[in-house]
Ligand binder design. Structure first.
Ligand SMILES: NC(=O)C1=CN([C@@H]2O[C@H](COP(=O)(O)OP(=O)(O)OC[C@H]3O[C@@H](n4cnc5c(N)ncnc54)[C@H](O)[C@@H]3O)[C@@H](O)[C@H]2O)C=CC1
Ligand SMILES: O=C(CO)COP(=O)(O)O
Length: 357
């Protein structure tokens, strides 16, 4: 391994830019990290000027994270291969719908000894049925080991350096402290666990529950209903992991990637906000995403679709009524109020006394 690891942040959206602030800051102070960090920017023109040029001149991503400086040792690069080719650590942080194309472009063009850290919340439809974790997709396509980072981390608040926690899922004992040094600051505290799949699945599933929370907010159902959605959503997340990722630990739900991320997203996230607006307007989710998010991307409705694809194949929609209803409401196949109807017959509502024995 090189004495100074080079880092590339693949992505420069809302979260990508916030994490680049942290990584840039840490790369300057940790001697084991190369000071210059590259950041792949999907090029676009803002007021007649290239976004990469704006970032490199003003050190601010004026479109996706306005108002927060990115350290000057973070260099915005519009060419993906150019940005990533020398990196020892690749931080993947793009909306999950773009990861296939990113990996195809990088295939054979990165260091074979590189390793990845995926901050991407979502799934990918697997060839031949089912769904695949994004970290597994990257691992398979690029043939590098990939760890994950998920947590209660609304980008704006992280950028404002408000205290929070995050979870890194990593099985590699050598890399765990390296990732911690790369990411941790006084206000962004890192716990590393080895239950990697559970960390990632939590990050993906909570976006679907957040859409549910936004739906009941839009219906003005109040705090008790929203708490019920969050609780039943959590129970479905746990069930989903039990069924599809057996062997994961329940304790992982108590890390930042679990209950904490679920709560923050159900109150302060984009999925919640757009879902609320969806209920209150006659516009589609796609229209509202464009209207409200200025180029940022929603993950919840697509994730609900990916999960539904899997549940349908396994004939399991009824065991996951919240995830199923959220999907159908986003698709216009159910009315928003039917989310509450679906919760009335939730399989969680049983006599649980035997569990006391
Ligand atoms: N924003 C947040 O608060 C948090 C986001 N995340 C996760 O991080 C991941 C990335 O999210 P954000 O950085 O917020 O992205 P974002 O939602 O701000 O998306 C915009 C980004 O997508 C890029 N983009 C647009 N079209 C593209 C294309 N065809 N190919 C490649 N890139 C394209 C844009 O250039 C921009 O960088 C997601 O999985 C999200 O769930 C995780 C924690 C917090
Ligand atoms: O993942 C997030 C916070 O941890 C952000 O959630 P949203 O994509 O709903 O804003």
């Amino acid at each position: 391994m090189p004495t100074e690891r080079k880092v590339c942040v693949v992505g420069s959206g809302n979260w990508g830019s916030a994490i680049a602030r942290i990584v840039g800051f840490n790369a300057k102070r940790h001697p084991t990290l190369h000071e210059t960090v590259t950041m792949y920017v999907y090029e676009e023109i803002i007021d007649g000027k290239k976004l990469t040029e704006i970032i490199n001149e003003t050190h601010e991503n004026v479109k996706y994270l306005p108002g927060y400086k990115i350290p000057s040792n973070v260099i915005a690069v519009p060419d993906l291969v150019e940005a990533a080719k020398d990196a020892d650590i690749l931080i993947f942080v793009v909306p999950h719908q773009f990861i296939q194309r990113i990996c195809s472009t990088l295939l054979g063009k990165i260091k074979p000894t590189a390793c990845g850290l995926s901050l991407i919340k979502g799934f990918e439809r697997a060839e031949g049925g089912g769904i695949e974790l994004i970290s597994h997709v990257i691992q398979k396509l690029l043939r590098i080991p990939v760890s994950v980072l998920m947590g209660a981390n609304i980008a704006q608040e992280v950028a404002a350096e408000k205290f929070c926690e995050t979870t890194i899922g990593c099985k590699d004992k050598e890399m765990a402290p390296v990732f911690q040094d790369l990411i941790q600051t006084d206000n962004f505290r890192v716990v590393v666990v080895d239950d990697v799949d559970a960390v990632e699945v939590c990050g993906a599933l909570k976006n679907v529950v957040a859409v549910g929370a936004g739906i009941v907010d839009g219906l003005e159902m109040g705090d008790n209903t929203k708490a019920a959605i969050i609780r039943l959503g959590l129970m479905e997340m746990i069930k989903f992991i039990e069924v599809f990722y057996p062997g994961c630990k329940l304790s992982t739900f108590f890390e930042s990637c679990g209950v904490a991320d679920l709560i923050t997203t159900c109150y302060g996230g984009r999925n919640r906000r757009v879902a609320e607006a969806f209920v209150k307007s006659s516009k589609t989710i796609d229209e509202l995403e464009k209207e409200l998010l200025n180029g940022q991307k929603l993950q919840g409705p697509i994730t609900a679709d990916e999960i539904n694809y899997m549940l349908k194949q396994r004939n399991m929609e009824e065991r996951f009524p919240l995830m199923t209803a959220v999907h159908k409401i986003c698709k216009g196949e159910m009315k928003p109020i039917q989310l509450v109807d679906a919760m009335r017959s939730h399989p969680e509502h049983i006599v649980k006394m035997e569990r006391l024995a």
